[in-house]
Design a protein around this ligand. Structure first.
Ligand code: PMT
Length: 403
C-alpha cells in the first residue's frame, strides 16, 4: 500500500495520547504521504512542535496569529491543501469547540474551512467520554459527517479502565489508507447482522448455534472500508467491534428483529449474516427445569419472526442481502430463499463439517435474480471485501451513484 503524494493534515490536541501521533506521522511518511501537523496550544504541553517538524519534514503550525506561517501557507491554503483531516488525539474540549463551530484557533478554523473529510479520534478519561455533554457533541459531529474513530476500551493513562483510549497509530493509519481506496458506498447506510441468537429455555439454558460472528463482523468492516456508515447488530459473540462501526448487542431473535428493523429504517442496504434461531421455546421457564429421571423432556417450540422477510414486506425497504447456510443442495435452497424471502441477493455457504461456522475462512456463492458468481475460499476478511464489492455494484446499478 502506498499513500504517494496523498496530503494528510493531522490536528494534535492536548492529551497524553499526543505522543502516539509521533509514531503515526512516521508510519504515514513511510507510506510516502505528505503530512502536515497543526497543534493546539494544549498539545504543545505534551509534545513539542520541533518533534513533529522533524518527523513530518514540514513546518508545524500552532497559532492562527503566526505571521510567518500565514505568509507561507495560510490557514485557508492549509485547509484547501488537505485531502484528509485527522484530529488525534481529539480532546473533549476540541470536540466541544468543533461541535459548536468555533474558529478561535488554527485547528478549528482549518476544520471549518476545509472540504476534506474530517476524522476525529477521541482520547479521554472514560467518565469524561461517557458524559452526556461529550456524547451530544459527538452526535452533532456525526450528523455533520465527521467520522468518529473509536475510542477503544482498556487501561487508561489515568489508571481507569473503560472506553476512551485513542485508537493505536497503526489502526489510524489503516483507516486513512482505506479512505483513499475506492469507496463505492460513501454516504450510504448499511446495517449488518452477525452472530447467533440465543433462545432461552430457563434461567440457565438456551437454544443457540455455532455462529462466531466472524463472517458478519468482517462484512461490517468491509462495508465501513467501502465508505458506508455501518450499524452492526450482533448476537452474543466474543468479537471486537470494528473501528468506526456502531454496534447494537442483542441476544434473542426477537431482540435482533426489533434492533434490525429499527436500524434499517434509514438504511440503504441490509446484510443478514446472522444465524437467527428459527424457533424458540414456547414458554420461558421461570426456574431451572428439573430432571425427571426416566421420562423424556419435551420442549414445545414456536416460530421466531423472519427478520429479513419482515424487511422485504415493507413497501420501501433497503437493498436486501441474505445469507444461506446449508449442508446439502446449497444452490437449490439458496435460490429458493432468494425468491421466497423477496431478497435482492443471497450469499450461500456450505456449512458442512468444519466449514462456514466458526472457522477463519469461507467460500460463498452469490445469487441474484438473473445471475450468480462463485467467490473462492479465502479468509473471511478478504471474502467480505469481495462480497461488498458485488453488493455495491448491484445496489448502485439500481439506485444511481449519488447518495
Ligand atoms: O459467524 P460465523 O462463525 O463466521 O459463521 C458464518 C455463518 C455461517 C453464520 C454465515 O456465513 C451465514 O451463513 N449466516 C446465515 C446463517 C443462517 O441463518 O442462514 P439461514 O439459511 O437459516 O437464513 C437465511 C437468511 O435469513 C439469513 O440471511 C438469515 O439472517 C435470515 N433469517 C433467518 C431466520 C430468521 N428468523 N430471520 C432472518 O432474517
Amino acid at each position: 500500500m502506498s499513500l504517494h503524494q496523498r496530503r494528510i493534515l493531522i490536528g494534535v490536541t492536548g492529551g497524553i495520547a499526543a505522543y502516539k501521533i509521533c509514531e503515526l506521522v512516521r508510519r504515514l511518511r513511510d507510506l510516502q504521504a505528505e503530512v502536515r501537523v497543526v497543534m493546539t496550544e494544549g498539545a504543545t504541553h505534551f509534545v513539542t512542535p520541533t518533534t513533529f517538524q522533524a518527523l513530518s519534514g514540514q513546518p508545524v503550525r500552532v497559532s492562527l496569529w503566526d505571521e510567518q506561517g500565514e505568509a507561507a501557507m495560510g490557514h485557508i491554503e492549509l485547509a484547501r491543501w488537505a485531502e484528509r483531516v485527522l484530529i488525534a488525539p481529539a480532546s473533549a474540549d476540541t470536540l466541544a469547540r468543533l461541535a459548536h463551530g468555533h474558529a478561535d484557533d488554527l485547528l478549528t478554523t482549518v476544520v471549518l474551512a476545509t472540504a476534506a473529510p474530517v476524522y476525529v479520534a477521541p482520547a479521554m478519561n472514560q467518565q469524561m467520554w461517557a458524559h452526556l455533554a461529550v456524547q451530544a457533541n459527538i452526535g452533532t459531529l456525526r450528523v455533520r459527517g465527521v467520522e468518529v474513530l473509536g475510542p477503544a476500551d482498556g487501561d487508561q493513562a489515568c489508571g481507569d479502565i473503560g472506553s476512551g483510549r485513542m485508537l493505536e497509530p497503526h489502526e489510524l493509519r489503516d483507516i486513512l489508507v482505506a479512505s483513499f481506496g475506492e469507496q463505492p458506498l460513501r454516504g450510504r447506510r448499511v446495517v449488518v447482522s452477525a452472530g447467533p441468537t440465543y433462545e432461552d429455555i430457563d434461567p440457565v439454558r438456551f437454544i443457540g448455534n455455532r455462529s462466531s460472528g466472524r463472517m458478519g463482523f468482517a462484512v461490517a468492516a468491509a462495508a465501513r472500508d467501502a465508505g458506508a456508515d455501518v450499524t452492526l447488530v450482533a448476537g452474543p459473540v466474543a468479537m471486537t467491534t470494528p473501528t468506526g462501526v456502531r454496534r447494537v448487542d442483542v441476544r434473542s431473535a426477537r431482540q435482533m428483529h426489533d434492533a434490525v428493523l429499527d436500524a434499517a429504517d434509514s438504511a440503504d442496504i441490509y446484510i443478514g449474516a446472522a444465524a437467527v434461531g428459527d424457533y424458540r421455546p414456547a414458554e420461558l421457564a421461570g426456574h431451572k427445569l428439573k430432571k425427571t429421571a426416566g421420562s423424556p423432556l419435551r420442549l414445545e417450540l414456536t416460530e421466531n419472526p423472519d427478520i429479513i422477510a419482515a424487511l422485504a414486506a415493507r413497501p420501501v425497504h433497503p437493498f436486501l442481502v441474505g445469507f444461506a447456510a446449508e449442508t446439502r443442495d446449497v444452490a437449490g435452497y439458496a435460490q429458493d430463499k432468494l425468491r421466497r424471502k423477496g431478497l435482492d441477493m443471497i450469499a450461500a455457504n456450505d456449512v458442512g463439517a468444519g466449514k462456514g461456522f466458526e472457522v477463519a475462512d469461507n467460500a460463498l456463492h452469490l445469487y441474484w435474480r438473473d445471475g450468480d458468481i462463485a467467490l473462492a475460499r479465502t479468509a473471511k476478511t478478504e471474502l467480505a471485501r469481495h462480497l461488498i464489492a458485488h453488493v455495491a455494484r448491484h445496489f448502485l446499478a439500481g439506485h444511481g451513484s449519488t447518495p
